[in-house]
Every structure is written in C-alpha cells, then in structure tokens.
Design a binder for this molecule. Structure first.
Ligand SMILES: [Cu+2]
Length: 488
C-alpha cells in the first residue's frame, strides 16, 4: 500500500491528468451578426491544453463536429504517428475519438489546429501551452490572432481558384518599397504613392519606380475578411484582462490566422521578446513585433506601478485592420478597440528575423544533405507549387535518419510564404544572403525573391508535412512532405 502511494506520488510529477479535448462548434457575434465557428475546448470549457515542462501529453480528442477531423500539435517534436495529419493517422469521424500519448520534449507557446479540409479557416484551433518553472514570475495571457469571414471557406476557395475575387476587389495588391537596408523594424512608413489597388489581373507586377532599393509588387492579402479576432473576440467587444500594477505579464502571441500577418503593437508599453515558436531567444526589446501565420512570440511587458489600461494590438500587414485585447489594472472595465488603425501597415519584412538569436544549445556542423525548395505560384490561376509540384501530386525528398539537413527555401512568387515543417525544430542560419545565428523555429517566413536557409537533424523517422501555412495555399498545392527513413 505504502509502495503504491509512493509510486503514484512519483508518477504525479510526470503524468499530467489525461485531458479530453472536444472539437466543437461555437457561436460568436461579429459586426452584430451571429456566426457558427469551430473551436477546441476541454470538457470544463478551458480553451486548449496547458501542461508543465516534462509532462506526458495524454489527450483524447473527441470529435463533436458533424464531419471528420484530425488535430495537429503545431510545433511539437513527437513520434510520427502522433503528429495528427492525414499522413500519420486515420481521420476521426463525427462522434469518434482518438487518443494521443507521448512525452513532451518541448516547452513554451505552441498551438493545435485541425489539419483536415478547411477547418483551420473555420477556427478549429486552440493554444497549447507548456509552462516552465520560470513562468511563475509572470501573469500569462494568450493572444491568438484570427481572421474571420461570414463566407464559407469552400466558397472563398472556389472564388480564389476561379478568379472571381480579383474582379471584385477581393484581392488587395500593394506596391511596396523593398528596403534592402533593414534599418527600422518599427518603420511603419509605407508611402501611399506606392500603394495601388488593382481591379483585375496582374499586369505590371514588377514595375520599377526608381529611388532607393528596388520596387516590388507583392500580394499581401488574398482574401478580404469581415473581421480580425483575438481569442474569438472582435475589437468592438474585446477580451479585457485584469492585470496588477507593477507586475510582469507574459503575452503568448499565436498567429492562428488563415492568411494574415500582423504587426504587434504594444502601445504605451514596451516589451521584451523572450521566445519565438516556443524556443528561447536573446531578449529583444521593442514596442512593435512581427508575427506571420503559424508563428508564436512570447513578449514580457511590465505593468507600470501607476497602473492603467493598455490595448495590445495586432495590425494586419497591407491593411488598416487591427485586432487585440486590453490589459487593465481597473476592475470591471468596459471598453472597445477600434477595428481600424489610422494608417495602412506595411508588409512584414525580415528585419526582426535578422535580429533573432537562439540561446538554446545547438551543435553547428556541416550539412550532410542540402534540400532545395523553390516556391512558385500565382493569383491567377490560383495554383501554388514547391519545386514545380502541387499537392497531392508530389515526389517527397527522402533523407536518412540522423543526417544533418539543410533546407534552402527560395521564393520565386510575388507573395510571402510562412513555411512550416512538422515534428521538427530547425535553426534559421541564413536570410537573404545574411548568415545569422538565428532563432529555433518551426515556421519561417520566406519573402518574395528571398532565400532562407534552415538546418536540423533528421532524428525522427516518418513522413513529415512541409507546407506553406497560408491556409489557402495548402489546398491549392503548396504542400509536400519530408520522408526520414532509417534504411536510406
Ligand atoms: Cu503560401
């Protein structure tokens, strides 16, 4: 008896209680209209999954939708059969369930989302947070940015693929100054002279208007959304979180949007970024940060001893639209946020990526294999490719397990692509010709015309999805997989 209780005590340190996650519908109100979206919640209503460093991930996903689903644990290093995609498991039918169990290797800010059909666009997503002992020093606040349309994702996708959106002003095209000097991450100074809305087609994509740098036409926003949400809240009815004057808050930003990149704006607060994609970086102080689709960033802010109310905003690149939540030291505060900033935000760029430096242990050694991935595609026809191939008609690259792999992504399209590799953490070692001791990540943004190089050790066998995290680019081709094979 005594032995048994000692054993249970020991186990309690590593075994978090089994968790049930229901994939279900949720009603939200946007612009005065009700909408049914998807979400992932525990039985008690907790949105997402919370664990401690070293826990066993022990989760039963129950599908409460009236269609099949599969849930992917974005960013976690895990056994291949736990990755939650069509490559690794059968889909979970309506009313079905699936048990996932593996030791957590990672800690920090991760997230989960459906990897089935267009469900991620319907907001079938949630935070996946693994706390470290250090987190007791902070009040923690999850900030997930989401884009929302009243249109069904299937309708938007069909408009994109038959080109209907370009003649209906759905497709917002901007002329951007391509700045080679990387001088100011916070320089939200887009010159309106360079802004051009195109009604149809893509004539004159690569126009040159002279001046500093080279002019590039970039496609920033494929789809016009009806609202941008934070944790399912509109700016008009934002989440209001009470904080304590003089205390530190760790903001865990997650970009859960289908196809919107954000400029995080901390307003009156200044922040220190401590991690990206769950991995520690040399602390980076700023007031504005960038976050592309699928990525996360942890930013600590100090609430002034005098207290106050502090909007935390994310403004969509290429638009005035913004979303966010409110931190306040007041009790029962009621307030709103404006859904629009006064100026248009510029495109995300690589100034932040170039500043990021991992502080986690990583052995530098020559690559055994260099895999080259060229990203191509167009708005019309709306087809996207990796190495000239569109999913599902792809030939995967195969590597031997244990090899040091370098992936070189070259973007030959006019749009930025946040490339995500499942099951692995890679180190960013080169951005647009600049060699860096960069961040450890699972999702990296490749700007038009640029090459980004990442390295990792292929130490988990299996088939691992490699794809653009723009949710409209996956069903239209920009997806492949890496096969790690012990026998090759
Ligand atoms: Cu893409």
């Amino acid at each position: 008896m005594q032995k048994l209780s000692l054993l249970s005590l020991l186990l309690a340190n590593v075994m978090a209680a089994p968790v049930i996650l229901n994939v279900e519908y949720q009603n939200i109100v946007v612009n005065g209209k009700s909408a049914k979206v998807m979400t992932i919640k525990q039985a008690d209503g907790t949105w997402g999954y919370y664990a401690k460093s070293g826990d066993i991930f022990d989760v039963t996903v129950k599908n409460k939708l009236n269609e099949s689903t599969v849930i992917h644990w974005h960013g976690l290093e895990l056994p291949n059969n736990q990755d939650g995609t069509e490559l690794n498991q059968a889909e979970i039918p309506a009313n079905g369930e699936y048990h996932y169990q593996f030791p957590l290797k990672n800690n920090g800010t991760y997230w989960m989302h459906s990897h089935h059909g267009l469900q991620e666009i319907s907001l079938a997503e949630a935070p996946l947070i693994i706390e470290t002992p250090d987190d007791k020093n902070y009040q923690q606040v999850v900030v997930m940015f989401q884009d929302f349309s009243f249109k069904k994702p299937e309708q938007i996708l069909s408009e994109l693929t038959n080109g209907a959106q370009s003649s209906h002003d759905m497709h917002n095209m901007k002329m951007m100054e391509h700045n080679d000097t990387h001088d100011d991450m916070a320089g939200m100074d887009m010159d309106s002279d360079h802004e051009m809305e195109m009604e149809s087609g893509h004539a004159g994509m690569a126009m040159n208007h002279g001046g500093k740098g080279s002019a590039m036409a970039m496609d920033l926003n494929d789809v016009k959304y009806d609202a941008f949400l934070t944790n399912y809240h509109t700016p008009q009815a934002p989440q209001i979180t009470q904080v304590t004057a003089g205390k530190k808050v760790k903001l865990r930003f997650i970009n859960g949007s289908a196809s919107s990149g954000y400029w995080i704006d901390l307003g009156k607060l200044s922040g220190t970024a401590l991690a990206v994609d769950g991995h520690a970086i040399k602390p980076l102080k700023a007031n504005k940060f960038q976050l592309s689709e699928g990525q996360r960033i942890d930013i600590v802010v100090n609430i002034p001893t005098s207290g106050g109310t502090f909007p935390i905003l994310g403004q969509v690149e290429g638009l005035k639209s913004q979303t966010g939540l409110v931190l306040t030291t007041q009790k029962n505060l009621k307030t709103t946020l404006s859904p629009e900033a006064t100026t248009v935000a510029p495109a995300l760029n690589d100034t932040q990526e170039l500043k990021l430096q991992s502080t986690e242990k990583f052995v530098n050694k020559p690559a055994d294999r260099i895999l080259k991935y060229t990203l191509t595609g167009n708005m019309s026809p709306y087809v996207w490719q990796i190495n000239g191939q569109s999913w599902p008609n792809v030939t995967p690259l195969i590597v031997k397990s244990g090899q040091r792999i370098e992936m070189d992504f070259t973007n030959k399209s006019m749009m930025s692509h946040p490339m995500h590799l499942h099951g692995y953490t890679f180190k960013v070692v080169e951005v647009n010709g600049h060699k860096i001791n960069g961040a450890l990540r699972d999702t990296v943004l490749i700007l038009p015309g640029e090459t980004v190089k990442v390295v990792f050790d292929a130490n988990q066998v299996g088939k691992w999805f490699l794809h653009c995290h723009l949710a409209w680019h996956m069903p239209t081709g920009m997806m492949t997989y890496l096969e790690v094979d012990p026998s090759k």
